[in-house]
Design a protein around this ligand. Structure first.
Ligand code: C2E
Ligand code: CA
Ligand code: CA
Length: 382
């Protein structure tokens, strides 16, 4: 069961079918199911290894460019394999298993095959159930926002802001953290309505805090945006509408964007960031020094804060490399007039190292974990 990665013309499909035919053994059947998917039926295989051999031959044949109407066309292929040990398995079950395996192969990237495993079915069912639950959760009032204070790293330890962090009070499974449901929310696109709910709810809360705030500048509200949200056509309009409706001054809102959102198309992204800046909001590059760090970011992009990932802060005091990375980020940020925030501070030692390096803002369990509104410690110094 093979899928070509793109929308392709009929000519290409015919050419691909020929190459697949040429890769299988005598007596095997190749059929096109519709779209860009093919099914290959191998009879009397001695084991899964033989099927993998055929899959590799198909992938190799498809990997050289196609010549079509004078153009060179490259395709990627993903192969899912399911093997039946008896003659009694139903063909539709085999097909469904091969299909699931193919989607797994697609997820792991180009030109790969995957063999069906029993737990794939269970996993797929779990994800489907979670997606259904997520849909219901939006209307069912099951999401909560926890807040973690951002603290000025000086003697006074004033609260400078709050980061909004999403939680899901699942009716059967209890309180879930983002890693347990965000991937499915991203995949299904449900992150868009959920993200807008977070933004609106948090802006309303921040505006209420602003009114109660004793003195000095009101706390900044930090809200995370995923890559998918950054690309949503209505993002700027939605943010603008939510600010107007909740009454939160734009300069009190800080949008946190991770490296993976910044990695994409530079031109479109930069203009999107400028549109957001034009609303008057602040922007943070989140998770710096995590998986995809780039030292050139702050100059290229109109951002206000750089947040150093907690994996780097974690190594401070133990790991000379992490100290060097932190100090380099702080110097770089200084040079570009950008403020550094250190994430994941868990002990006093880290605070003194960060202060020595000139880092002025931080957050972490040492000050407070993310907590629900009634427990937010914003009035006392931390
Ligand atoms: P993040 O933006 O990097 O948020 C920081 C994460 O580190 C939070 O995990 C927080 O609870 C945790 N943390 C804070 N201080 C410490 C510490 O001292 N030690 C340790 N070990 N951990 C600490 P959480 O709340 O599970 O959120 C995970 C991720 O989910 C966030 O990472 C963010 O990328 C994403 N996320 C959370 N809420 C939202 C949201 O409303 N929308 C979107 N798009 N993403 C969100
Ligand atoms: Ca964040
Ligand atoms: Ca992080």
């Amino acid at each position: 069961n093979d899928s070509l990665g793109h929308e392709v013309g009929d000519g290409l499909l015919v050419a691909a079918a020929e190459r697949i035919e040429a890769s299988v053994r005598l007596g095997d059947t190749v059929a096109r199911l519709g779209g860009d998917e093919f099914t290959v039926l191998l009879e009397d295989v001695t084991g899964v290894g033989e099927a993998i051999g055929v899959a590799d031959r198909i992938a190799a044949k498809l990997s050289s460019p196609f010549e079509l109407a004078g153009e060179e066309v490259l395709v990627t292929s993903s192969v899912g394999i399911s093997v039946s040990a008896t003659a009694h398995d139903r063909p539709e079950d085999l097909m469904r298993e091969a299909d699931l395996a193919m989607y797994r192969a697609k997820e792991t990237g180009k030109a790969h095959h995957r063999v069906f495993e029993e737990n794939m079915g269970a996993e797929a069912r779990d994800r489907l159930k979670l997606a259904g639950d997520l849909r219901r959760a939006i209307d069912g009032d099951e999401f909560r926002i926890y807040y973690q204070p951002l603290v000025v790293l000086d003697g006074e330890r004033r609260v400078a802001g709050m980061e909004a962090l999403l939680r899901w009070e699942h009716p059967d499974r209890g309180l879930l953290v983002p890693s347990q449901f965000l991937p499915v929310a991203e995949e299904t696109g449900l992150i868009l309505p959920i993200g807008m709910w977070v933004l609106e709810e948090a802006c309303e809360q921040a505006n209420a805090w602003r009114k109660e705030w004793p003195e000095g500048p009101p706390p900044m509200l930090c809200v995370n945006l995923s890559a998918k949200q950054m690309q949503a056509p209505d993002l700027v309009e939605d943010v603008s509408r939510i600010l107007a409706r909740t009454g939160l001054p734009p300069e009190c809102l800080d949008l946190e964007i991770t490296g993976d959102a910044l990695a994409g198309d530079g031109g479109a992204l930069a203009s999107r960031l400028r549109e957001l800046k034009a609303l008057g909001v602040k922007l943070t590059v989140d998770d710096l020094g995590g998986q995809d760090a780039s030292l050139s970011l702050p100059r290229r992009l109109p951002v206000d804060f750089l947040k150093i990932d907690r994996s780097v802060i974690d190594g401070l005091g133990r790991n000379p490399e992490d100290a060097a990375v932190t100090s380099a980020f702080i110097d770089l940020a200084d040079a570009f007039g950008v403020t550094v925030i250190a994430e994941g501070i868990e002990n006093a030692e880290q605070i003194s190292r960060l202060r020595e390096m000139g880092c002025k803002l931080g957050q972490g369990y040492h000050f407070s974990p993310p907590v629900p509104v009634p427990e937010v410690p914003w009035l006392r110094a931390l």
